[in-house]
Design a protein. Structure first.
Length: 86
């Protein structure tokens, strides 16, 4: 079950509580009875297992399926020489 953090708008009391997803949010502060707001924190991401490595996308023979050097985006010199008419 997830843990939710709340803060009172009136007295500033901060606390955490374990609630089910189906439970409704708390609305009253347990200290002063004032109105509560739910605090949102960054999500902690945990990757479990062997992980993802550079070699995961390679073929079974150990050779890369991706070219090691980027392809040139300029036209080939042969194409330029064929159009010169010499």
């Amino acid at each position: 079950m997830p843990t939710y953090a709340y803060a009172c708008k009136d007295c500033g009391h901060d606390f955490e509580i374990v609630q089910s997803f189906s439970d409704s949010s708390l609305t009253a502060c347990p200290e002063c009875g004032g109105s509560l707001r739910k605090k949102f924190n960054s999500v902690g991401v945990v990757f479990k297992g062997s992980g993802f490595y550079r070699t995961d996308s390679r073929g079974s023979s150990g050779t890369s399926t991706v070219p090691s050097a980027p392809a040139a985006s300029t036209p080939a010199p042969a194409a330029a020489a064929a159009g010169s008419g010499n």
